[in-house]
Design a protein around this ligand. Sequence first.
Ligand SMILES: Cc1cc2nc3c(=O)[nH]c(=O)nc-3n(C[C@H](O)[C@H](O)[C@H](O)COP(=O)(O)OP(=O)(O)OC[C@H]3O[C@@H](n4cnc5c(N)ncnc54)[C@H](O)[C@@H]3O)c2cc1C
Length: 391
Amino acid sequence: MADTAESLRSLPLTDLSEDERGFRDVVRDFAEEKIRPLVRKMDEASEIPRELIDACFDLGIMGVEIPDERGGSGATFFMSILVVEQLARVDPSVAVLVDVQNTLVNNAILRWGTEAQKARYFPRLASKWVGAYALSEAGSGSDAFALACRAEERGDHYELTGQKLWITNAAEAEFFIVMANLDPSKGYKGITSFLVERTFPGFAVGKKEDKLGIRASSTCELLLDRCRVPKANVLGEPGKGYKIAIETLNEGRIGIGAQMVGLAQGAFEHAVRYSRERQQFGRPIAEFQAVQFELAEMATQIEAARLLTYNAARLRDVGLPFVKEAAMAKLFASRAAESVASKAIEIHGGYGFTREYPVEKYFRDQKVGQIYEGTSNMQLLVVAKQILGKM
Ligand SMILES: Cc1cc2nc3c(=O)[nH]c(=O)nc-3n(C[C@H](O)[C@H](O)[C@H](O)COP(=O)(O)OP(=O)(O)OC[C@H]3O[C@@H](n4cnc5c(N)ncnc54)[C@H](O)[C@@H]3O)c2cc1C
């Protein structure tokens, strides 16, 4: 039986329904069999092979919430969280590619897209088109609504001019949700969301960043030079882009929480395995109580991060308020990932500090969790506003 919002309501947070368990296990096996063997190579090449992206489409994880009749998996937001977690356990770069597609791009169209937009884009996004979400610019990150990208009305179309920075998936994407200001005199109320295809005239993908972590995930600049966008490609209404951005990012950051939970779990499993194998003073280091306590601390942090993340996702699926919980989940899970990945290196001793073992990569990959989709300070700001607003 398919999950309904009502049936999800009574589940303990980590007790998965049959559908959820089935989906999670399929993704877990996929990550082990198809992704694990490629992880090191993808990190070194700074690239996710197209065949692997196609395999993600074939598995149905690029359109988790897209309805069946539009080619998607017709599942819940919570399912996409499970997918991201399982992918990140093996490779946080593949996880963020799938995360952006589901929790930002598909999600925004599900909520604000017209029937015509859904009819054109969902079958593509579920089967072959990678999507990207373009809000940030060189001069506007945390202060996202200070964006300088301009949109101008030109009869039957708009022209977009400006630059975007840090755009995840941009190297692979065929489709971009781009925020630009249609009327700067109205401040943030001029910001409008546009659905932009890579082939639209005046659109180009620029320089790719050379990053500390999630190196296989592309992060690029976008160049818009009087980019011609049909009027029908406004998402929602003109001037409502700020609302779309706030609301999609509120949900998207649960996905980053899941990415960080999966990452921490992956690093933790390596640490447990190694602690059983590595012998010092004539016995496995797992027999030393100090090492056992480290593992117990790590497991506790992961459990707490997972509970926060699952709770935020389940609240969102049943239509209850989740904004504070989502910000807490991302804040806590990204800190937990940093701490767990760091301890995993320590448990590996000198070997953990080399590229011969996988834990150094988890440590590099985790840092971005405290930066993208709102820095940790921005999450604290959201939590504080929610608390004080309700006093
Ligand atoms: C790998 C990667 C992928 C990304 N992918 C995307 C993407 O797909 N789409 C997209 O639109 N963006 C993306 N981003 C951009 C990301 O969302 C921004 O980097 C982030 O919002 C922070 O903005 P900034 O880098 O300009 O830092 P800044 O805003 O300049 O922040 C610098 C520091 O100042 C602090 N700070 C700023 N303002 C305040 C304040 N009011 N109070 C307290 N502290 C403050 C911040 O917390 C931070 O510590 C990505 C970034 C990275 C690194």
